[in-house]
Design a protein. Structure first.
Length: 180
C-alpha cells in the first residue's frame, strides 16, 4: 500500500511517498493459549502469546510462506521440545538487544541460565539482560523463557505473575525442566 502526501516547505511543494508493507497475521492454538505471529513480506516481525483471541474470518487474505513455515515449526516444537527454529526474523531491536537474543538462541532446549550467568557470558548486567528479554519480539522462537532468576523463575514477557508466568512454566516443563 502506497500513500502520497504533499506539503509546502519553503515555498516548494514536496511530495512524500510512504510505502507500507502489508502485515499478515497467523494465529496458532497452543496447549496454553494462542500464539499470534505477524509477518511483513517474508520476514516475521512479531510473535505474541495471548490467553484468548477474537478469531476473524480472513477476507481473501493469502498467507505468506513465512507464516506457513512459522506455523509448521511451532507445531513441530510443540510435538518435540528439542526442535530448533529456523525462521526468517526481521532485523529489529538495538545492537545490544540483538546480541542478547543471539545469546538466548544459543541456550539449548532443556537448559536454563540465570540472568546473571547470561550477563557474565555477554559481559553485561543482569538487569540489562532482563530488559532485553522483556523486549524480545519473538518469544518461544527466541527462547527468553530459558532465562530465570537466581532464585526462582523470574518474569516472562514483562510479567512476574499471572498468565505469562504460567506460559513460562509450561514451556520449561515441556522442555523437561522441573520448575515446580
Amino acid at each position: 500500500m502506497t500513500s502520497v502526501t504533499h506539503f509546502v516547505f519553503w515555498g516548494l511543494v514536496v511530495q512524500v511517498r510512504s510505502v507500507k508493507a502489508m502485515v499478515s497475521v497467523c494465529t496458532e492454538m497452543t496447549p496454553f493459549g494462542f500464539v499470534v505471529v505477524k509477518a511483513e513480506s517474508e520476514l516475521l516481525v512479531d510473535v505474541e502469546i495471548v490467553e484468548t483471541v477474537e478469531l476473524q474470518s480472513p477476507a481473501g487474505e493469502s498467507v505468506s510462506d513465512a507464516l506457513r513455515e512459522a506455523s509448521k515449526q511451532l507445531k513441530a516444537y510443540f510435538r518435540d521440545s528439542s526442535f530448533k527454529f529456523d525462521l526468517p526474523l526481521a532485523n529489529v531491536g538495538t545492537a545490544y538487544q540483538r546480541r542478547v537474543w543471539a545469546g538466548l538462541k544459543a541456550i539449548p532446549s532443556g537448559s536454563i541460565l540465570a540472568y546473571g550467568q547470561l550477563a557474565c557470558e555477554l559481559r553485561s548486567g543482569p538487569r540489562a539482560i532482563a530488559a532485553a528479554c522483556r523486549a524480545n519480539p519473538f518469544p518461544i522462537i527466541v527462547p527468553c523463557h530459558r532465562v530465570v532468576a537466581a532464585h526462582g523463575l523470574g518474569g516472562y514477557a514483562g510479567a512476574r505473575e499471572g498468565f505469562q508466568l504460567t506460559v513460562k512454566r509450561w514451556l520449561l516443563q515441556h522442555e523437561g525442566i522441573d520448575c515446580a
